[in-house]
Design a protein around this ligand. Structure first.
Ligand code: FES
Ligand SMILES: [Fe+2]
Length: 397
């Protein structure tokens, strides 16, 4: 029955077949009169599906890792993950940045462990293979005795990945060589983001970093849901001019715009942005896992990293113009509260979606972004990687 040749495709067939079985067996208790593209229970708890998402969604996406504040001089690095794949980005002697898998080529050991740091070279803690900051394998202890004289050192350098420093500040990485450029990836948002002067924003003095018992897609769905905002985040309603949201989605990005009330000003005195951008705010999304909230005076970034089908890390930073720590803390606390309102809600949903009998309802007019993202994820999950997905240079961006 399987026509596919690859193990990955067989995995996909298995997931689809099992989803069909689940759907058929648990069918009938909840009758869905209208079709729905929103997340169904069997898309949340399936380890095979999760494994496939790490390959077919995350390996083909631009993922936000951090920023250049941690990459001031040669040897400075930041680490993170693309899905479940650890990666590292390092500032080079010539001022460029390079990205690699954060895995020693000998066994799977990591080479750098802090979220950010500085090094002269990367020495593996396991058997001490040592790499230069440009990824070359420099030395293997007892090489002649361990491997003989012909070991191809030059072929065992760190595995390179694509890096994009966007807006002179934000570091994104991509494993695939076939994925379009970062500019194309975020094309619908790009012209406006180029106006914000993100490079002038400084990172607030602390970040928010938590692990929640949720599937990463439940947070994606929530992040792209403009419908819950006035109920779950009621306390924010006073800054809204009206309960209106302009919902947009196109390609790999989505956007929900809400006008502010007259007494709520986030413009920071700026006049160089469009009227609309100064008098309201955007909750946006960059596929597959980043929620940016840009303002004239700051940029909030919330990223959801998948850990397991029922576990995700939520990592948030604020970049802005103020050095006032008290103000920073107030804003960070506000963001923490918003995140908690969302993750509490989603955690509750996760538990209930454990039941195979439930079927979700249709998306409302203000859940179009979420529906768009769910369709994109499913389309990627159903599409095998190109056989040459990882062939080609990494320095074209
Ligand atoms: S795992 Fe790195 S040297 Fe063995
Ligand atoms: Fe929310």
């Amino acid at each position: 029955m399987l026509e596919d040749s690859t193990a990955e495709q067989a995995l996909h067939e298995r997931v689809v077949r099992r989803q069909g079985d689940w759907e058929r067996e648990s069918h009938g208790l909840v009758d869905p009169p209208l079709p729905s593209d929103m997340l169904q229970p069997w898309e949340i708890w399936d380890q095979d599906l999760f494994n496939l998402e790490m390959i077919r969604v995350f390996a083909r996406s631009w993922v936000w890792l951090g920023d250049t504040e941690d990459l001031a001089k040669p040897g400075d690095f930041i680490t993170g993950k693309v899905g479940t794949q650890p990666v590292i980005v390092i500032r080079q002697e010539d001022g460029s940045v390079k990205g690699f898998l954060n895995n020693c080529r000998h066994r799977a050991a990591g080479l750098a462990f802090e979220p950010a740091g500085s090094c002269k070279a990367l020495a593996c803690p396991y058997h001490a293979w040592t790499y230069a900051i440009d990824g070359k394998l420099l030395s293997i202890p007892d090489m002649e005795r361990m491997y003989g004289p012909d070991f191809p050192m030059e072929e065992y350098g760190l595995v390179p990945i694509r890096v994009k420093v966007a807006f002179d500040k934000l570091v994104f990485v991509c494993l695939s060589r076939k994925t379009p450029t970062f500019e194309e990836w975020i094309a619908p948002l790009l012209p406006r983001y180029e106006q914000y002067k993100i490079h002038t924003f400084k990172r607030y003095h602390r970040e928010l970093d938590e692990i929640h018992p949720i599937n990463w897609k439940t947070f994606v769905e929530n992040s792209n849901d403009d419908y819950h905002v006035r109920f779950v985040h009621r306390r924010l309603n006073k800054v809204r001019k009206q309960m209106d949201t302009i919902v947009r989605f196109e390609g790999r990005t989505t956007s929900g715009y809400k006008p502010h009330s007259a007494n709520f000003d986030m413009s920071a005195g700026r006049t160089d942005l469009d009227e609309q951008d100064l008098k309201g705010s955007y909750a946006e999304f960059i596929y597959p896992n980043l929620t940016p909230l840009p303002y004239a005076s700051q940029l909030i970034m919330v990223r959801v990293d998948p850990i397991a089908p029922d576990s995700s890390r939520l990592f948030s930073r604020i970049y802005g113009l103020t050095d006032d720590l008290e103000l920073q803390n107030r804003e960070l606390d506000g963001l923490a509260q918003t995140n908690k309102e969302d993750t509490d809600m989603v955690t509750q949903l996760m538990g209930n979606l454990r039941s195979p009998f439930y079927r979700v309802g249709p998306p409302s007019a203000w859940e179009g972004r979420a529906q768009h993202m769910m369709k994109l994820i499913r389309a990627d999950v159903a599409t095998p990687l190109d056989p040459d997905e990882f062939d080609g240079p990494v320095d074209k961006d």
